[in-house]
Write a protein that binds this ligand. Structure first.
Ligand code: IVH
Length: 683
């Protein structure tokens, strides 16, 4: 079949466009289009090639999808051995390197090419006449594994060199790696599929490249950075390493944009420091920087010593991972009550600081890595992040060690307040159930309690809560209601006016709808609307506290998870104690909170059955909704207009024509207090 010229041109244009997007994404870190647009171009090209197979070429981006799975990797002999670098860990070793180089070359100052030391795995890629024909891992430096099929799937690596005069042979060396953002994304995907999580981008890159099934590699977001050339025919005419890298870049091979050229020891140290600072913001992980004598003739003159070049040096950053022993596992209680296990470590120097603790996240994480007290572990510290245990060296495990179970280790109790600790069905975390009582959760509980949709105590914000708790003035919620003017004005930055405003706001919050109050308790999984449903259904706090799982789940939208949260919360004696103190009258030493529905009714006692109410005007404390709820909970009905059938009209301020009509018809009028009285007497 002949291929129409239009199809041929379109295929060419698509290939060029796809290659351009690959460069933008992998080399310039500046994608121009979303993935969906890239996929669209890709699919269009695939469709063209399916329609006209004659259009297919080995260097088409559609050939990156991977092929048949291999039984094992074939072994390939490198055209030139893939050597390693000597390392320096401090300025002294670095100075010694520069001195040796100067001595051999007989120079005062040497020019160096400087580059990041990529933390991935070394690879050799052979281009013949500009086409990628072979790729191999480093292996034992003489022979590597043939990973051509896999490397062909890596979008950052051109299948065809972008040059008008492709050289007969060019071996490019560099590092296969995974960008940090791609690593995060891959792990998220793995997690949601229940797959294995990778410890770091390097492991992810290695695991992805060394897949016998290249279709799997094709699905992994691998990148590549070139750092040298190997065998070449002809040898490119460049005089310096940096020019050689520019030459590679001109053919669309990715090279680090952070590379540079510096003079002498001072230049090297400056670069080391600069990259050290930039390191957290780089798109990929690095473990140091690499210095290479820039002039290629000078490189030759320096030559090699055993397995490493004398013209290059890796200057490593302090290790980010180190081995140590877990001496104990302790727990911390967070402000939301989550109980987090923390490993106490034999102090170890990692990434420039001494690390003594590492978070163990939760029980699932401990189980997954099988972390035990006494274990020798590898600890990792990345930037400012809390250090974590990467893995256990199980062959160094003491024979008598036992698996660590957080709940039993803490005797099912919160180590801060002694309340019950539980693991809710749908969560990985273990939590303290003493939300109202626990010191660790105090500030959080107070802020939530006072928030607008809860008790709405205006003026009780972050700063004040901090002050009140830190000074010991408020230890539990009920203490809030014991504050007085003298105490408050004694606080920093608290004038008499704000103090009085706060006291007024607290006073006003003493009368509150049951729904708001339930929400204010900060019970896990109980939001505003669930709290309202619960209040409508149970009518009193007492009825809610006494409800069992079946009774709770009779409430619309309350399922097993919410029911369990409620049961756990009310089962905790400490919480019930706080509730009692909140609701006791002031004479009895309580906070004197009056729940607008608490005393009126429950679903079984509906003594206003058959009575019809009309509401008009604004009531002093109850909202229209709340008043309606209370009446309905007691069995009454609230309607919109007054008629002869109306039993009561509840009148607030600025009542309208409904009041007039009620007066004409001689219907009983109630204000808010008498409504309360009626509801109470009906109980
Ligand atoms: S040059 C003759 N440059 O570090 C040596 N290597 O310990 C050629 N590496 O196996 C290596 N970044 O995989 C060079 N900018 C860089 C590098 C780099 C990472 C790796 C490379 C090598 C190892 C040497």
């Amino acid at each position: 079949m002949t291929v129409p010229a239009a199809a041929r041109l379109r295929a060419q244009a698509l290939r060029a466009e796809i290659a351009r997007h690959d460069t933008l994404y992998y080399q310039l870190d500046a994608p121009e289009v979303p993935d969906s647009e890239y996929d669209r171009l890709f699919r269009e090209l695939q469709a063209l090639e399916t329609d006209y197979p004659a259009l297919m070429t080995p260097d088409s981006p559609t050939m990156r999808v991977g092929g048949e799975a291999a039984q094992m990797f074939a072994s390939l002999v490198h055209r030139q051995p893939m050597l390693s670098l000597n390392n320096a860990f401090d300025a002294e070793e670095l100075a010694a390197f520069d001195r040796r180089v100067r001595e051999v070359l007989g120079l005062d100052v040497v020019e160096y090419a400087v580059e990041p030391k990529f933390d991935g795995l070394a690879i050799s890629i052979v281009y013949v006449n500009g086409q990628l024909v072979q790729a191999a891992t480093r292996g034992d430096s003489e022979r590597g594994e043939d990973v051509t099929a896999n490397v062909r799937t890596i979008r950052a690596i051109p299948l065809l060199l972008d040059t008008l005069s492709p050289p007969p042979l060019l071996e490019v060396r560099g590092e296969v790696l995974m960008l940090k953002r791609d690593f995060e994304y891959l792990n998220q995907q793995q997690q949601s599929r229940g797959g294995k999580l990778f410890a770091n981008p390097r492991n992810a890159a290695a695991g992805s490249l060394r897949q016998l099934d290249s279709k799997i590699t094709a699905k992994r977001p691998l990148s590549f950075m070139a750092y040298a050339i190997g065998a070449a025919d002809p040898v490119p005419p460049m005089v310096t390493h940096s020019a050689m890298m520019d030459h590679l870049a001109s053919m669309r091979l990715p090279v680090a944009s952070e590379r540079g050229v510096v003079a002498g020891l001072e230049g090297l140290l400056g670069y080391y420091q600069r990259i050290g600072t930039e390191r957290p913001a780089l798109p990929y992980e690095i473990d140091g920087v690499v210095y290479k004598v820039n002039n290629l003739r000078q490189q030759q003159e320096l030559g090699f010593v055993s397995r490493a070049p004398r013209f290059a040096l890796a200057h490593k950053f302090p290790a980010q991972e180190a081995l140590t022993v877990i001496e104990a596992i302790e727990v911390q209680v967070g402000r939301t009550g989550v109980i987090t296990p923390v490993a106490r470590l034999n102090p170890v120097f990692v990434g420039g600081v001494t690390v003594t603790n590492a978070t163990l996240h939760n029980q699932d994480e401990i189980d997954r890595k099988d972390i035990r007290v006494g274990d020798t572990v590898s600890v990792r510290r990345a930037g400012d992040v809390i250090p974590e245990v990467v893995r256990v060296l199980s062959d160094r495990r003491p024979p008598d060690s036992t698996p660590y179970k957080l709940l039993s280790a803490i005797n099912q109790r919160c180590p801060v307040c002694g309340s019950h600790a539980v693991r809710l069905d749908d969560e990985a975390a273990i939590r303290c159930t003493g939300g109202l009582y626990c010191q660790a959760q105090r500030k959080q509980a107070l802020l939530h309690f006072a928030s607008r949709r809860a008790m709405d105590v205006e003026g009780l914000g972050d700063k004040l809560v901090e002050q009140l708790v830190d000074s010991g003035l408020v230890q539990r919620l009920p203490d809030l209601y014991r504050l007085d003017l003298a105490t408050l004005t004694g606080l920093d930055r608290m004038g008499e006016k704000s103090a009085q405003n706060l006291l007024d706001a607290l006073e006003q919050s003493r009368r509150v709808g049951l729904g708001r109050f339930i929400f204010a308790l900060g019970i896990r999984n109980v939001g505003v609307s669930t709290a309202r449903d619960l209040s409508r259904h149970f009518g009193t706090l007492q009825a809610l506290i006494q409800a069992d799982a079946v009774a709770l789940q009779a409430v619309p939208d309350v399922g097993p998870v919410v029911a369990e949260s409620l049961l756990q919360f009310f089962a905790e004696a400490h919480n019930r104690d706080v509730l009692e103190q909140l609701c006791k009258t002031r004479e009895e030493g309580g906070a004197g909170i009056v729940l607008n529905q608490a005393t009126i009714s429950n679903t079984n006692v509906q003594t206003l059955t058959g009575k019809t109410f009309v509401l008009t005007g604004t009531l002093p404390t109850l909202s229209r909704e709340e008043a309606k709820e209370m009446i309905e909970n007691a069995g009454g009905k609230v309607v919109g207009s007054v008629s002869k059938k109306t039993d009561y009209v509840v009148v607030g301020e600025e009542a309208g024509s409904k009041l007039d009509k009620a007066q004409v018809l001689g219907i009983a009028l109630l204000d808010e207090d008498s409504l309360h009285a009626l509801l109470q007497s009906s109980f």
